[in-house]
Design a binder for this molecule. Sequence first.
Ligand SMILES: C[S@@+](CC[C@H](N)C(=O)[O-])C[C@H]1O[C@@H](n2cnc3c(N)ncnc32)[C@H](O)[C@@H]1O
Length: 262
Amino acid sequence: MTDSLVQSWRQPETGRLLSVTFDWSTLVLWDRLLSAGRPDDPLWADLRAQLGLFPGSDSVGRRMRLLALGRLAGAVMRSGVAGDVAECGCAAAVSTTLIASQLQRGGFAGRLHVFDSFEGLSPPQAEDAVPPDMATPYGHQSNHGTNRRFAVPLDFVRARLQAFPFIDLYQGWIPERFPEVADRRFALVNIDVDLYQPTRDALEFFWPRLSPGGAVFIDDFHIVDWPGATRAVEDFVDGLPSPPAAVLPLALGGIILRKGDA
Ligand SMILES: C[S@@+](CC[C@H](N)C(=O)[O-])C[C@H]1O[C@@H](n2cnc3c(N)ncnc32)[C@H](O)[C@@H]1O
């Protein structure tokens, strides 16, 4: 666990970039709050272990989204929704490990299909443009024009996921490799690819293959650095012939779309 955590954001009223440092005692308080007073919760222990490995990608919002995702994986397992699980965008496999741990604990008998370029982000499009007065140090615009942010080598990810024999890794630009799972059904899909095109493509592909009662988690919804992901969710939901049974935006970014029972 890190001793301190710096969080920055652009203040809309003034355009100024603000930073706040959470010291150790504040983080301990967050631990208590986020773990709902249950620091012995195995999901919480998993998350702490992951954050310790990659402290640079830590933030309060990210912790909350990862916890929500882990709890969703557990809930979907317990409710017995049929189907495999998929993830689009795994980077260093922090979210993948959290999902897989929950599935393993629940006696999951399916496959977890993980799609990533393992070469980082694809080129952003017009929908992904962040207004200059809202840009933070974390978005693609801070990447000095290289579009390959979050590139993590496939071998590194494979080694990290050795404990989970039910995971299949698909290297390629989304949606290139989706046809390989076209005949599968899914109970849970995690989409965390930051940009409009792969987020939209993932929704278009997986939603029709989601089992009744299944859920899609989109990590980047309403995150200021990734307006394309928000737009992709809105465009997709607006275009559906019948709306999701539940549309649940989370307080610090991220959204869950749940499919209705048959
Ligand atoms: C923010 S990272 C994912 C973080 C991960 N879910 C976690 O919580 O640790 C975004 C990932 O999306 C992948 N990605 C972005 N655009 C992609 C595309 N068009 N095709 C395939 N992968 C893509 C990147 O390689 C990167 O690994």
